[in-house]
Design a protein around this ligand. Structure first.
Ligand SMILES: [Zn+2]
Length: 633
């Protein structure tokens, strides 16, 4: 085509306007901003052509003549004549453009392709640069838009483009049905890029993926074959394992099952799935999970339970670790749902968790008793905790009693553990009472009594119950006796000193009243008034009897002066009598003789003896008067 043919165009061919990918592919109701020059097949912008039919453009889709509208409001190409709807013009224009780019360079970057089956994958195509012989537009059956197809030898590769929409499933199905290799290049990120700059995006840079590759099926088949081989070998291995299993007697009831039944958990022991690989019946290991781990109320791990089972030799050889694949192989071989130990346990724990008997606690398979399980086993758990609680109670009593033993040396080597296991009297062994309500009550009340006895004053121990309390109390009594004896000696010394002092005081007082030899005699002579004690003894005896002795001394002194007075008075009276006798007899010798001679008138007594007071003086004096009267006569 020569430039002459474009003379009528108002704008030169060499316009600065650069058509972008977005403009090329924009198409609204068959109204385009870019059409194709009917002579050069070059995309032309609406602003770069002559108005009306003079634009000399055709629709890139249906290839009908276009008319350029360059009015104030409408500035776009439109099909010149009415015809069928044309919505693929943009896409056709892009394919046309891309074909030209590919035909020019004859090379294209291909993405990597891998075939997948299950967890396995194999490469189908490595990422590479594809060098081909030609790039053409080919019409597919029933398709208006021609595909861009690269040919190399007998092979061909379809290239699809994504600008606004990805390749639809129908088209991919078609490509697959025809078993044609196809890739899709994603140009959605290049809409604002001018067509002139799009080459590298198409050839290498833009993201791309395989829609179909004829070799893919073969690789996939190989993967499937590999899997079949693998499965077959797994099946053989697993079959050997399963055949080696011994049958477990299901009737036998184990210790944990018994516990679980008595704890009211029998209904939880049934299984949903058949387990395989255990050397213990299913009810027993499930009971083990419940009674050994779950009802304790502390967190436990799936792993720990499994280790517990292994330690009990409950897992058959070869079943301690069964991979997912082997577990699946077991189901294939057995042709029914069977679970190896690890998975069985998992299934059982999950079931308990789902039903609220367990709560999951951690990612790595931790569990703790759920509210439902706790409520149901409350009574049982208390029963289970009883031994520990009772042991603790006895330990507290033990500690209390030991604390009240004062002799430190007696406590050497006295430990709860040893005491707990020995006969503490009456054939009672504390540890043996733990499981028996009556026996426990008996020993604990005996201990409480001992504790109380040892806490009282004075401390008392009715029965020692294995404690060195009797010896302790003996040592304490002995110590007390020594103290008392010492006090007694002190008291006696003090009493003796007091007695000496009182005796001395009394002796001093007596010395003031009488002559020294009389004091001695008085002090040592028992007196009826002093309860037949002598004053010395009375003074020693006590303060009050000392007072009595002092009083006796005073009385003695008083009495002593009265006797002296009486004697003096008697001597005076006798002297007076002598004078009267001398007056009566007028002869002193006769008078004296009378005074000293006994007379019948005084009952044979002598006057000097008879005259002791006024009365007896008058009797004697009356006799003298008589004698004088007779003399006068
Ligand atoms: Zn058209």
């Amino acid at each position: 085509m020569s430039n002459d043919e474009h003379e009528t165009a108002p704008t030169p061919e060499t316009s600065d306007r650069r058509i972008t990918l977005g403009e090329l592919t924009s198409c609204t109701d068959g109204k385009l901003v870019v059409a194709e020059c009917m002579d050069t097949q070059v995309p032309r912008h609406i602003e770069d052509v002559a108005n009306g039919l003079k634009c000399k453009c055709i629709c890139p889709g249906c290839r009908r003549r276009m008319v350029a509208h360059q009015g104030e409001r409408r500035r776009h190409f439109q099909h010149a004549a009415d015809g069928p709807d044309c919505s693929t013009a943009g896409e056709s224009a892009l394919h046309r453009f891309a074909k030209d780019v590919l035909a020019k360079t004859l090379r294209l970057r291909l993405p990597e392709l891998k075939a997948h089956h299950g967890d396995e994958s194999l490469p189908v195509v490595a990422e590479q640069e594809f060098i081909f012989d030609s790039a053409v537009l080919e019409q597919r059956t029933g398709d208006i838009i021609p595909d861009v197809v690269c040919h190399k030898g007998g092979r061909s590769l379809h290239v699809e483009f994504k600008v606004t929409h990805a390749c639809g499933p129908e088209k991919i199905d078609k490509l697959r049905a025809m078993d044609i290799g196809a890739i899709e290049i994603d140009l959605s990120g290049y809409r604002d890029v001018p067509l002139d700059d799009l080459d590298q995006a198409i050839l290498a840079e833009a993201p791309r993926a395989w829609l179909h590759n004829p070799r893919q099926a073969g690789v996939k088949a190989r993967l499937k074959e590999n899997e079949r081989t693998k499965l077959a070998s797994e099946d053989r291995r697993v079959e050997t394992l399963l055949n080696g299993l011994k049958t477990i007697p299901q009737k036998q009831i184990g210790e944990f099952e018994q516990l679980a039944v008595s704890a009211g958990l029998a209904d939880l022991l049934a299984a949903d799935n058949e387990s395989v690989g255990f050397l213990v019946n299913g009810r027993e290991w499930r009971a083990f999970v419940l009674m050994h781990f779950a009802i304790r109320g502390t967190e436990f791990l799936h792993q720990s339970v499994f280790e517990g089972m292994k330690a009990r030799r409950w897992i058959a050889d070869g079943f301690a670790y069964v991979s997912k694949a082997d577990a699946a192989a077991m189901q294939r071989v057995a042709d029914r749902a069977i679970l190896p130990p690890w998975q069985s346990l998992w299934e059982f724990l999950s079931r308990l968790e789902t039903s609220g008997f367990l709560n999951g606690t951690s990612e790595r398979g931790g569990y703790v008793a759920g509210g439902k399980l706790r409520r149901r086993t409350d009574v049982w758990r208390r029963e289970l905790e009883k031994p520990q609680r009772r042991t603790d109670e006895l330990r507290t009593l033990f500690d209390g009693i030991v604390a009240r033993i004062r002799t430190a040396s007696l406590k050497d080597g006295l430990t709860f553990e040893e005491w707990f296991g020995t006969d503490v009297g009456h054939g009672i062994v504390p540890s043996e009472t733990i499981g028996n309500d009556d026996a426990f009550l008996d020993i604990s009340s005996r201990l409480a009594a001992l504790l109380q006895g040892m806490s009282g004053f004075p401390a008392r121990a009715d029965e020692p119950l294995g404690f060195p309390v009797i010896k302790d109390l003996e040592i304490r009594r002995e110590a007390r006796r020594e103290v008392e004896a010492r006090r007694e000696v002190e008291r006696a010394t003090r009493a003796r000193n007091d007695a000496d002092e009182r005796e001395n005081r009394l002796r001093a007082a007596a010395s003031g009243e009488m002559a020294a030899d009389a004091v001695w005699a008085w002090m040592e002579k028992p007196q009826a008034r002093l309860n037949d004690l002598c004053p010395a003894e009375a003074a020693r005896k006590s303060d009050s009897s000392y007072q009595g002795a002092l009083y006796a001394l005073e009385r003695w002194a008083a009495n002593q002066s009265r006797e002296v007075e009486a004697a003096n008075r008697r001597l005076d009276l006798i002297e007076k009598l002598r004078r009267e006798a001398r007056a009566a007899f007028r002869n002193s010798e006769h008078a004296e003789l009378w005074v000293r001679s006994s007379t019948p008138k005084l009952g044979g007594k002598r006057p000097e003896d008879h005259c002791v007071d006024e009365a007896t003086f008058k009797e004697c004096s009356a006799i003298l008067t008589d004698i004088m009267r007779r003399r006068r006569w």
